[in-house]
Design a protein around this ligand. Structure first.
Ligand code: HEM
Length: 263
């Protein structure tokens, strides 16, 4: 199963052009959802106005070379290794983030280059596609069942679903349906494989069509916010913020009675 390109098998029933059109439609949904989100929440407008205001409070001048180096360091650390998060959260996020990227990139390669009945797909692509899906499921379900703040720190049950869960849930459900569909297709369990294909398509529509309502766009906003934060640290414009509290030090070992799980 893991070396079979499921889209090439699918091309017996669905023309390759239809699959390609579906991918393009999903990209359009992401762009449209993000733009409408930016217009509605005015978050990007606020972000730039705030950055302009902060600049006036700068106490140092940062050279262009220095700025470029800050941007490169931020991409290498905050973005590529999600250094904002620590411990299990970071590992779960890295699994989910890289799993998803691998899954999306290999889906596009297989759909655009190897989705006809005559295509011979290099086995590395379906292999990576399945690996990406498994990584996304591991990171996503780990986050969903154990690490979510409202479960890990606020004591809510894992099955409590709110609107904020739309992104993580639609992401893991999509990759789960993708994996099960590929298995049923490889095992030639007809009927059920069609059902799973329909569920895979529907969950993709929810994931990419739900950008406006979900946390999907954080993958675009977070890198921008991290760059702005490090630039503000460098030019001193963040220095009117209060210093981190050192009060816990005054309260002795009692502070160790409870693990720091309040966010
Ligand atoms: C393909 C790219 C990415 C995927 C698939 C992804 C996936 C996720 C998921 C599923 C969540 C949990 C959402 C929830 O609270 O329900 C999450 C949270 C988060 N993501 Fe990402 N993400 C991506 C890119 C990024 C990038 C580039 C950054 C930072 C530069 C980032 C930083 C974060 C942070 C700080 C959280 C909050 C984590 C927590 O509450 O434990 N993500 N991401």
């Amino acid at each position: 199963m893991i070396t079979i390109n499921p889209f090439s098998e699918l091309s017996e029933f669905i023309p390759s052009i239809a699959m390609q059109a579906f991918v393009v439609a999903m990209i359009i949904l992401v762009v449209a959802g993000t733009v409408v989100d930016m217009i509605h929440k005015k978050n990007v407008k606020y972000f730039f106005e705030n950055a302009k205001k902060a600049k006036k409070q700068a106490t140092r001048t940062v050279s262009t070379g220095n700025k470029v180096s800050i941007v490169i360091k931020t991409v290498a650390s905050d973005v590529l290794t999600t250094s904002e998060l620590a411990g299990k959260r970071r590992i779960a996020h890295l699994l989910g983030m890289y799993g998803t990227i691998i899954f999306w990139v290999t889906s596009s390669i297989m759909i655009f280059c190897y989705s006809t009945t005559k295509s011979v797909t290099p086995p590395i692509f379906p292999l990576l596609w399945h690996l990406g899906a498994i990584m996304t499921c591991l990171g996503g379900y780990w986050f969903w069942f154990f690490l979510r703040v409202d479960v890990a720190a606020e004591g809510n049950p894992w099955y409590r679903v709110i609107k904020a869960d739309l992104f993580v849930l639609s992401l893991v459900v999509t990759t789960t349906f993708g994996l099960v569909w590929s298995y049923l297709q490889a095992a030639s369990i007809s009927g059920w494989d069609t059902l799973l294909l329909v569920l895979f398509i529907l969950s993709n529509l929810v994931l990419f069509g739900g950008v406006y309502w979900s946390k999907f766009a954080h993958m675009f906003y977070k890198p921008g916010a991290a760059i702005q934060k490090h630039l503000a640290e460098a030019d001193g414009s963040n220095e009117n913020l209060p210093e981190p509290s050192d009060k816990p030090k005054q309260f002795g070992p009692g502070i160790k009675r409870e693990a720091p799980r309040h966010y």
